[in-house]
Design a protein around this ligand. Structure first.
Ligand code: GLU
Length: 462
């Protein structure tokens, strides 16, 4: 069975790079009928917060990513780590190192002066003398001092590391007994049965160390997939300004979960030239062997395009429910179908959709001065009055096409161009230029409200 995991350190919000590896891990587990474990790596007590864990869970909930089983917290597993530290000490695979901070600093300086790699020199590896007084030892693992460590990476192929170039007897437990990062990650992955690790390639340099731990403890080494980073359009690491923000900020900006997930699955993974993937298709088609070897480029236009696609394909009832979150509550009078059908064609985000809808549904209380100056001249008032009179004479008028027809009647009769009615009418209805078709606005707000807005504008602007 394939068991994958997402293992965030709860030091802040969940950002999209993290979410992407979570998604890849989720898809791969689901595709194989396996399990997707969520493990909170909360060992760094100074930097971790409960809010950050909650933020991650909230983001998962919004996106519909469900982990299997209970959430695992590293902070609750100290006894387990202590047991394995003891085991390695008993087996002579780890040892106590009494080197003081000053000694370490001195060693470092000498190595730097000699242009050597700075590393621990193994001076306590075979120590059997009397330990110095007053020094709490750290525990170091006996790492191989020569030979190769090969990471069989499903994305990058085999990567060999020379032990002497990258390893030293690294610390697995600090002087206060607390275990270190690479040690606990390897233990957890092994004990939780994680056999496929998909994570960012910023972790690649940790992998040889984790392999040392797996081997020392006799655990099976999982399959690794190190996913290249996401870059901005300048080819630089994604920063906050480019969109490396909190995943929940995408919700606030009005993106749908489907669009964001679809966007992320294509950042660094492809299936032919297909762009649109439903969740079912992602699960069916995703394979980490198709993850690109080079960094992927974050592209906001693509995200907007996907978001429009999903908005257009969401039934209006569902859209109306989603829009409540953005401050738009439609009532039965609001001609939901006409309104949302029209806005779907224009809005790139749910937020924009809600704000366009509110503009239509709110009676203007002021008018854009510049636009008024331009539009309310010549016989504009007369044209509006004429339109108002024609509208008032209609017993039944509902459809955008019927409103359109009425506007045409006025321009034909008064021998003016469409702009001569369009501009003053738009300002009367919306208070400013721009926005969706006037026929749609009027069909949505209805005859009475249209007449009221025309009358208001005439009295304010003539
Ligand atoms: N906790 C690590 C992080 O948040 C991830 C560890 C891993 O995936 O191995 O960057």
């Amino acid at each position: 069975m394939v068991v994958t995991r997402f293992a965030p350190s709860p030091t802040g919000y969940l950002h999209i790079g993290g979410l992407r590896t979570a998604l890849f891990s989720y898809l791969w587990a689901k595709k194989n009928g396996g399990k997707f474990v969520l493990r909170i790596e909360d060992t760094d007590k100074a930097r971790n917060s409960q809010e950050a864990t909650e933020a991650i869970l909230k983001a998962f909930e919004w996106l519909g990513l469900k982990h299997d089983g209970e959430i695992e917290y590293q902070s609750k597993r100290d006894d387990i780590y202590a047991k394995y530290i003891k085991q390695l000490l008993d087996e002579g695979k780890a040892y106590k190192c009494y080197m003081s901070k000053d000694e370490l600093a001195e060693l470092r300086e000498t190595q730097m002066a000699n242009k050597q790699r700075t590393m621990y020199d193994g001076r306590y590896r075979d120590f059997d003398g009397t330990p110095p007084e007053g020094v709490e030892p750290v525990i170091r693992i006996k790492a191989p001092q020569s030979g190769e460590i090969v990471v069989h990476d499903g994305v990058k192929g085999d990567i060999s590391f020379q032990a002497e170039d990258i390893l030293d007897d690294f610390i697995i437990a600090r002087a206060d007994g607390s275990p270190t990062y690479n040690f606990v990650v390897a233990i957890d992955d092994a004990l939780m049965g994680i056999n496929e690790v998909i994570r960012g390639d910023d972790h690649l340099s940790n992998t040889p160390k984790q392999i040392v731990v797996y081997e020392a403890l006799g655990f099976d080494i999982p399959k690794f997939y190190h996913v290249p980073m996401i870059h901005n359009s300048q080819g630089k690491k994604l920063s906050k300004r480019d969109g490396a923000t909190d995943v929940m900020a995408y919700k606030e900006m009005g993106y749908t979960p489907q669009a964001l997930l679809n966007f992320l699955v294509r950042l660094g993974w492809s299936h032919g030239d297909q762009e649109i993937f439903s969740m079912d298709e992602m699960i069916e088609l995703f394979d980490p062997k198709d993850i690109n070897k080079s960094a992927s480029i974050y592209n906001t236009e693509k995200l907007d395009w996907l978001n429009s696609h999903y908005i257009k394909n969401t039934p209006n009832d569902e859209l109306a429910e989603l829009l409540v979150e953005y401050g738009l509550t439609l009532t039965s009078h609001d001609k939901k179908e006409i309104l949302l059908d029209a806005l779907k064609e224009r809005a790139k985000t749910l937020k924009e959709m809600a704000s366009l809808a509110k503009e239509i549904l709110t009676t203007p209380t002021s008018y854009d001065e510049k636009a008024v100056k331009k539009a309310y001249k010549g016989n504009a008032i007369e044209i509006l009055n004429n339109f108002g009179a024609k509208l008032s004479a209609k017993d039944e008028i509902h459809l955008p096409s019927e409103y359109h027809h009425l506007m045409e009647e006025v321009i034909t009769e008064m021998e003016v161009g469409f702009g001569k009615i369009g501009q003053p009418l738009r300002i009367a209805l919306l208070g400013k230029m721009g926005g969706v078709g006037l026929d749609i606005v009027m069909a949505v707000i209805g005859k009475e409200e249209t007449m009221l807005r025309i009358a208001n504008a005439i009295s304010a602007n003539s």
